[in-house]
Design a protein around this ligand. Structure first.
Ligand code: HEM
Length: 459
């Protein structure tokens, strides 16, 4: 087959408005014209997307040395150049190999109690903006979910020794709110205006978060030197052994150098932000569907006693598992997965030049009717009797950059939902229970429902 050429549609206000109004819908409409399909982004290079499992397979199986994250990158101001999300080559491989053990198997299962306690604490004491857990009180699901997932990621990163959650909660919330959608999509706005304006507000919020992180780093360095636990083998007895901060402090590159303070901040900021916002959005959508689809909550609640309150067992409950999978299918919180091509490459029958960016539109892949009949319906039972391929279902991306926190996120979703459904009874507010489903809009690193999802606690 001869190679085809590709070009994105000319970016216009019309395209911008359509994408901003309903990003998933915009990608679906572009995909309907044929696969792969090109999309332009203002201020960034165009992207050639696939939404098919064949395209995903070729993308995730491409030679690793051919791929790198696209730069410039919309999220670079949030996570920084040293972030695992943006690094490439040997550096990416080394950092990933070092951090991975803290986010797998037994270490994640070891966080089961932390996850359960974080959820119970939120029910007992949670009182963030828009959240009242008293019977009859009104709960903003995203605010409550964020409070829980922030506690969990702080425990994974810094260990369970101290609780500076309140300080982090304020700093992280301001940091995320300051990175507004215009700053995300229009780099031209990223300049100071004499210390005023959205960019200056964002930089100040980032500095505040970094000050908190650096104070934790300094505390940990002190403890490690006092306990002579500088190998990070976890025998320090201070409640952190082998957490993500320990592992980052242990990193030594080939020339013997450790991470600088700036690099430490960027890696830690990445883990904190990537590790809680995505999971919180998914929890919010799962709660929405559990309480909207007739009889679904009751079916899941009927399944819970089999786990006897044990987080590891809760994570294996079939219907709860299916609800989490179906939520990630219908509302993938990271809607696009991107790779820049380093050398000329033929992909999907098209010659891709070095420096061009290709990607997977996750929502389009998850909406293929041949794989997912009635794809717009929330129907968790479809996951009960089938094994899915990683090229048909890819909420965590794939290949050598597949989400590092996927095991933690999957475990956390199930344990939080099981704990919430056991502890409280919620009712979705009438407008949401009966009205149209909220749309998905891009927000920071993840997407979110375009309007608040509110519940009332009834028991
Ligand atoms: C429901 C929750 C989550 C979803 C849907 C999600 C999704 C994703 C996706 C799609 C990617 C890009 C993968 C690719 O390029 O192929 C990614 C990367 C990443 N995620 Fe997650 N994520 C979630 C939770 C987490 C958690 C809890 C953590 C941290 C503990 C985390 C840390 C990361 C990191 C560090 C990367 C960069 C990996 C790399 O480039 O090597 N994520 N995530």
């Amino acid at each position: 087959m001869s190679a085809q050429r590709w070009a994105p549609p000319r970016w216009s206000l019309l395209h911008g408005a359509a994408a901003g109004h309903d990003f998933e819908g915009y990608l679906r409409r572009r995909a309907a014209r044929g696969d792969p399909f090109a999309v332009g982004f203002p201020g960034f290079p165009p992207v050639l997307f696939t939404g098919t499992s064949e395209g995903a397979r070729e993308l995730f199986r491409a030679p690793v040395e051919l791929l790198e994250p696209p730069r410039p990158n919309p999220i670079e101001p949030m996570v920084g150049a040293a972030s695992l999300i943006l690094s490439s080559g040997p550096r990416h491989r080394a950092d990933r190999a070092l951090l991975a053990p803290a986010l797998h198997g037994a270490r994640v299962r070891g966080l089961g109690e932390v996850i359960r306690e974080a959820t119970l604490l939120e029910i007992e004491k949670g009182c963030g903006p828009g959240v009242s857990w008293q019977v009859g009180g009104r709960i903003d699901a995203l605010a409550a979910s964020r409070a829980i997932t922030l506690r969990v990621i702080l425990a994974a990163v810094f260990g369970t020794g101290g609780d500076r959650r309140a300080e982090y909660a304020g700093a992280v919330t301001d940091f995320l709110a300051a990175f507004t959608t215009p700053l995300l999509v229009a780099p031209v706005l990223r300049r100071g205006m004499g210390g005023f304006g959205p960019w200056a507000r964002f930089v100040a919020a980032r500095e505040r978060l970094d000050r908190l992180i650096l104070a934790d780093v300094a505390r940990r360095r002190r403890v490690r030197s006092e306990t002579d636990d500088s190998t990070g083998d976890g025998v320090g007895g201070v409640g952190h052994g082998g957490d993500l901060l320990d592992l980052l402090l242990d990193i030594r590159y080939d020339d013997g150098s450790p991470l600088t303070d700036t690099e430490l901040c960027e890696q830690l900021r990445t883990l904190i932000v990537a590790g809680h916002e995505t999971t919180a959005t998914t929890l919010t959508w799962a709660l929405y569907h559990l309480h909207r689809e007739r009889g679904l909550r009751d079916r899941v609640v009927a399944e819970l006693p089999a786990a006897s309150g044990d987080p590891a067992e809760q994570a294996r409950l079939p219907l709860l598992d299916a609800v989490c999978q179906e939520t990630l299918r219908l509302h993938p919180p990271v809607p696009i997965v991107l790779r820049r091509i380093r050398q000329p490459w033929r992909w999907r029958g098209i010659d891709i030049a070095a420096g061009q960016t290709i990607g997977l539109a996750v929502g389009v892949l998850h909406g293929q009717p041949a794989t997912w009949p009635a794809p717009r319906l929330f129907h968790p039972d479809r996951f009960l009797d089938r094994k899915v391929s990683p090229f048909e279902f890819a909420p965590f991306g794939g290949g050598h950059r597949r989400c590092l926190g996927a095991t933690l996120a999957e475990y956390e979703l199930r344990v939080v939902l099981a704990t919430l459904l056991t502890g409280v009874r919620l009712r979705l507010e009438p407008g949401l229970a009966l009205g149209a489903r909220p749309r998905t809009v891009p927000r920071n690193l993840a997407t979110a429902p375009n309007r608040a999802i509110h519940f009332t606690r009834t028991q």
